[in-house]
Design a protein around this ligand. Sequence first.
Ligand code: GYE
Length: 328
Amino acid sequence: MATTRADRARRTVLTFLATAGVLLATGAGSAAHAADKAFTMGFAQVGAESEWRTANSESIKSAAKANGVTLKFSDAQQKQENQIKAIRSYIAQKVDVIAFSPVVESGWDTVLQEAKAAKIPVILTDRGIDSKDPSLYTTFIGSDFVEEGRKAGRWLLENYKGKGDVNIVELQGTVGSAPAIDRKRGFEEIIKTDPRYKIIRSQTGDFTRAKGKEVMEAFLKAEGKKINVLFAHNDDMAIGAIQAIEEAGLKPGKDITIISIDGVKGAFEAMMAGKLNVTVECSPLLGPQLMETARAVLAGKPVPKRIVTKEGIFPMEVAAKEFPNRKY
Ligand code: GYE
């Protein structure tokens, strides 16, 4: 798509020059050149905490290759201080553009002011920040996490068959991260419209399988058979929790209804095995759009401040049919 658009732009410039017959070559020519030029991007990734993240990193790396972008890529192991260090090193290396997926929402102003002072544009991907100063980044490409939480809540209200109180346990994502804060908010907004639904335990599992399992074990120990529903902020934690539920002698997907978010292949496998009831899609395939947007920013073209990823929801009944179409 990027090439086609660039080609079209070039053609328009050439046509314009030919018909007008004027020497605008310097101005128009250099703009077209800037849009086509190879550039260097520094990307500060969150970590490798989930299947989603692995697919996201892969998407960014392969899109950089396909677009001739020189990519400097770092993995912060879910630590903000490492991301800040990586961003500072990209500033020192004078990359053309910096992109990153902020592990948590707060605490970015200082380092982003440094990037701004160095005149390096910053693109947020996947996760947002809570800064009061919108001039610190050019655009934010990613999902609407509040809406994902709402979708999870709506599915529950529409599909839960049991009678009486519905006891929910929640596995939250990384503390302070945009997806953990927003998914919780969206889910609560919907379930509070029916007083039968109650979150009886809620704790972070840091978006990983291992912690998802560990925390679910603790939930089971404390609440046992009282638990009707598990809402996990991502598929990996749900998959870890499924193991804990089985080890406790219960049937995941039957004794406990399980809802999670991402839509990774592992979730589809769990749904096909009847162990996960539904996954809300969150696409990690942001690479092509990121490269296209970076190119536009560097060419001085206006880009929207917010680019929202489109996504669906997949209950277990459609898992086998959808599985072959899944790209991550
Ligand atoms: O849901 C989770 C990952 O920020 C949307 O981070 C992302 C989340 C995703 O670790 O699996």
